[in-house]
Design a protein around this ligand. Structure first.
Ligand code: ZN
Length: 110
């Protein structure tokens, strides 16, 4: 113990903020909804609802399980030809966050 040198101080970085102090990343969100008013053209075809034939006023939902389309009548289908990369290119920045899917739909005017 001859050397009584003070240990060099190291900066402390608190990089584990409580969950409610940081914004969730897209990956952590349960889903992101985006209204898509016009026709969706996939592989050169206008995407129509299999149940009612609607082809406009979609709600596009990006979830961990893929992209869902919801027609104005409320029919929901997975659309495997769309993916989250497409969604991120098409959607704007994240806006208001809502606790539930229904709340989010209401906020979008549905
Ligand atoms: Zn429909």
């Amino acid at each position: 113990m001859a050397d009584q040198q003070e240990p060099e101080s190291v900066p402390v970085v608190y990089d584990f903020l409580p969950a409610d102090l940081r914004l969730p990343t897209r990956e952590e969100l349960a889903g992101i909804l985006m209204p898509h008013a016009g026709p969706l053209v996939l592989d050169g075809e206008v995407r129509a609802c299999a149940e009612c034939g609607a082809y406009r006023k979609w709600i596009v939902a990006s979830t961990k399980n893929g992209i869902w389309l919801r027609c104005p009548a409320g029919h929901e289908e997975v659309e495997p030809r769309l993916d989250n990369a497409w969604f991120n290119r098409t959607s704007g920045p994240l806006g208001d966050q809502h606790a539930t899917y229904e709340e989010c739909l209401r906020a979008l005017g549905y």
